[in-house]
Design a protein around this ligand. Structure first.
Ligand code: PLP
Length: 405
């Protein structure tokens, strides 16, 4: 069956919005994706028919809410090929990484230890490690990035040593689109018995992720980058790792018993889920997964790849445009600068033409420094983007050049 992008676009009500009086070309998907009607309706239906607090009551609505919420955990586990006990609900990738930093690594970290990341990490995969490293006299070390935006794997290997206590790596760079060789990284880490976290925030909407086969100790994701709601995400953690980890937030739902002489903890994943959870978030993510699977993740990957191939020469043809991130096999992200033009100004002119892109450092300031720029313009693709969106982007860029030169 061929990929019918118009049919897919029709599933996303917001794509009919006019912005600045123009057709919307939404190309800010790496920041957040739009939501299909199926996800919006599932969340509304939950509030209209089933809302109650989960786990702690016998009444019918609580039972419905709990069934849907825990059913969502099963669905998410199945999609990522994880056990349901390995799926910890969080507010997103950022919280999932902080959970690992504070609950798993902090107690193990000693003076002189090193946490190995890469030079293309999002701030959320740098700063939590810096916070705990500073407390313990440890340090965060970053592997180099090559000129085309690929990870320098030899450079990464050269930084591994007996002080390396933990490895964190982004699977797909939000700024460059680079797809990192995480399987090789995990294999090398395993040989040395070093735990690994993979930041999958930009991967899950574009690549099939099999947590069991991948072999990472931890994997993080955000629902809103996978056509689901904001403020919800998951930490996937190997059961043996989670079992050995202490709680990091205290409160309701994460305990087995509480007394003033001491409390005991629930089993994972509940040990890490203190307080009333985001039921609609979990149910919304499960609906988003249903939506993606109905199209087929492989079909989405192929569509985005074809669109990237369509867009790249068009951008290359624009005089003075420099693409940053051209690694082989990269995903659907086009980051660039226009000679002599401020990225913010370019973004504003694109906006006037109905083109939504992101401008700035994309929460990757070390990467900006590596490429000698302070900001880029970033167009990022999703399942509903079309050749028309790319045409609109190219036309708006030519307009920007006229206005800015
Ligand atoms: N990691 C990467 C690669 C990202 O692109 C993002 C968000 O842009 C994050 C982590 C943080 O995700 P969230 O803000 O949903 O926690």
């Amino acid at each position: 069956m061929s990929y019918d992008v118009q049919r897919i676009r029709a599933d996303f009500p917001i794509l009919n919005e006019k912005v600045r009086g123009k057709r919307l070309a939404y190309l800010d998907n790496a920041a957040t994706t739009q939501k299909p009607r199926a996800v919006i309706d599932t969340i509304s239906r939950y509030y209209e028919t089933s809302n109650a607090n989960v786990h702690r009551a016998v009444h019918e609505l609580a039972e419905r809410a709990t069934t849907q919420y825990e059913g969502a955990r099963d669905r998410i586990a199945q999609f990522f090929n994880a056990q349901r006990e390995e799926v910890v609900f969080t507010r997103g990738t950022t919280e999932a990484i902080n959970l690992v930093a504070y609950s798993f690594l902090r107690p193990l970290l000693k003076e002189g230890d090193e946490i190995l990341v890469t030079g293309m990490e999002h701030h959320s995969n740098i700063v939590p490690w810096q916070l705990i490293a500073a407390e313990r006299g440890a340090k965060v070390v970053a592997a180099p990035v090559l000129d085309d935006g690929a990870l320098d794997l030899d450079g990464w290997r050269a930084l591994l040593n007996e002080r390396t206590r933990f490895i964190a790596v982004v699977q797909v760079s939000n700024t460059l689109g680079t797809v990192n060789p995480v399987a090789e990284i995990i294999a090398e880490a395993k040989r040395r018995d070093i735990p690994v976290l993979v930041d999958g925030a930009q991967a899950v909407a574009h690549l099939k992720v099999d947590f069991a086969a991948l072999g990472a100790d931890f994997y993080t994701l955000s629902a809103h980058k996978l056509y689901g709601p904001t403020g919800f995400g998951c930490l996937l953690g190997k059961k043996a790792r989670l079992d050995a980890m202490p709680p990091w937030h205290g409160g309701g739902d994460m305990i087995r018993t509480v007394s003033f002489s001491g409390s005991t903890w629930a089993e994972p994943p509940y040990r890490f889920e203190a307080g009333t959870p985001d039921m609609a978030g979990a149910i919304g993510l499960a609906a988003a997964i249903d939506y993606v699977e109905a199209i087929g993740l492989d079909a989405i990957t192929a569509h985005e790849h074809a669109l990237l191939e369509y867009a790249t020469p068009q951008l290359h043809a624009i005089k003075g445009l420099r693409l940053i991130g051209t690694a082989p096999g990269k995903g659907g992200i086009l980051s660039f600068v226009l000679e002599g033009a401020d990225a913010q100004d370019v973004g504003s002119i694109l906006d006037m033409q109905g083109v939504a892109v992101r401008t700035g450092h994309h929460c990757t300031m070390p990467l900006m420094a590596r490429f000698g720029v302070s900001a880029t313009v970033r167009a990022s693709l999703a399942c509903y983007n079309s050749e028309e969106d790319i045409g609109q982007l190219a036309a708006a860029l030519n307009k920007a050049i006229q206005l800015l030169r």
